[in-house]
Design a protein around this ligand. Structure first.
Ligand SMILES: *Cc1c(COP(=O)(O)O)cnc(C)c1O
Length: 395
């Protein structure tokens, strides 16, 4: 029966749990680090909250079910989840990782895991031959992040998982941008799904959290061991906030994605905009693949203006979005990757990654899309006016 429910029903069934003791319609916040044991010989399910806590467990069960995995794990941040997952590797192991991987993941590989003799090769994961060529006898993981940040390149999860399986390695997928509402990597053959739950799953810019879901018991046991051993668990109150965020995830991300598509289409009509990166639009190089493996292009898009001055003018004149790092919230968030998420890259590295000086990223929130479009219209008009003045004064 349960398997016949559609995703949105499952989402509510998994996040609303009637408390058998009181009838409370929500999972209680069990603020307890320790648990009384019945007697000398009989120990209960919980003993210490690093090892297990009922509120955190409710969240972990919910995300496991939504991703279609066997077990979920809640961590103190997306990076805590990703770092703990990489500790499945040992000295001498090797990972194949996308060139445009999230900056924090790049940092943990190149500045921490390298000290433990875990090596890596950065590749363009949209190029399957390049992925295959990078695999070595000691490769243990192929890592995927799709769509990628900030140019929304799409990687074929099923094809990469097949390459990984053929070489006896695991596939990890960072599913932050899509969430299980739109994309379920385990169903496409991946072994482990990772999330920065700070983004869409929390949805309100009020929690920093990470989630992981294992596709097999064997991997789940190994990850549970690491979660307990490393101790980078999510706190109880934040676990509860994520459960609350999850309940509205489906409606939030669908509405935001619908608006994102409208905004992307609008931006395409404007002369001030050189390129629009949105995998839900037909002209995007990954759009066909995106349509095969995900239900939507998502709620994040990027667009390129002529140069930094134009980007600055746009940011100064766009009044609705907050100007900040992060994404996936009820409020639209505009960010400037060259100085924010990708500030650590050199100018040359940024050019190689396609991150031009006029690139802006927009995470679309729940404002009325018409209002957002009017706001961006005004901001682009300001960009054009400023350009005219600059040309006239011969700057
Ligand atoms: C934000 C983000 C992370 C890191 O998550 P934190 O919660 O900030 O630690 C990892 N991957 C992607 C794609 C992200 O956007």
């Amino acid at each position: 029966m349960a398997d016949t429910f559609s995703f949105s029903t499952k989402l509510i069934r998994k996040t609303v749990a009637v408390d058998p003791q009181t009838g409370a319609a929500n999972v209680p916040i069990y603020l307890s680090s320790t648990f009384h044991q019945k007697d000398f010989d009989h120990y209960g399910k919980y003993d210490y909250s690093r090892s297990g806590n009922p509120t955190r467990e409710a969240l972990e069960e919910a995300i496991a079910s939504l991703e279609g995995g066997v077990r979920g794990f809640a961590f103190a941040s997306g990076m805590a989840a990703i770092s703990s997952a990489f500790l499945l590797l040992s000295a001498g192991d090797h990972a194949v990782v996308p060139k445009n991987v999230y900056g924090g993941t790049f940092r943990i590989l190149t500045q921490v895991l390298n000290r433990f003799a875990i090596s890596y090769t950065f590749v363009d994961t949209t190029d399957l031959e390049e992925v295959e060529r990078a695999v070595r006898p000691n490769t243990k993981v192929i890592y995927v992040e799709t769509p990628s940040n900030p140019t929304l390149k799409v990687t074929d999860i099923r094809a990469v998982s097949e390459i990984a399986r053929a070489h006896g390695c695991l596939t990890f997928v960072d599913n932050t941008f899509m969430t299980p509402v739109f994309q379920r990597p385990l169903e496409l053959g991946a072994d482990l799904v990772l999330h920065s739950a700070t983004k869409f799953i929390s949805g309100h810019s009020d929690v920093v959290a990470g989630l992981a879901v294992a596709g097999s018991e064997e991997l789940a046991d190994r990850l549970y061991f690491l979660q307990n051993a490393m101790g980078a668990i999510l706190g109880v109150q934040d676990s509860w906030l994520l459960l609350r965020g999850l309940k509205t995830l489906d409606v939030r991300i669908r509405k935001s994605a619908q608006s994102a598509r409208m905004i992307a289409e609008f931006l395409k009509t404007r002369r001030e905009v050189r390129t629009v990166y949105y995998p839900g639009l037909p002209g995007h190089p990954g759009s066909a693949l995106q349509a095969r493996q995900a239900e939507s292009g998502g709620a994040v898009l990027s667009f390129e203006l002529k140069n930094e001055t134009c980007a600055r003018t746009f940011v100064d004149h766009a009044s609705l979005p907050v100007f900040a790092v992060s994404l996936g919230a009820v409020e639209s968030i505009l960010s400037y990757p060259p100085r924010m998420s990708h500030a650590e890259l050199s100018g040359e590295e940024r050019v190689k990654a396609g991150i031009a000086s006029g690139l802006l990223r927009l995470s679309v929130g729940l404002e009325d899309p018409g209002d957002l479009i009017r706001d961006f219209q005004d901001a682009l008009d300001a960009v054009r006016e400023k350009e005219k003045l600059t040309v006239r004064s011969g700057e």
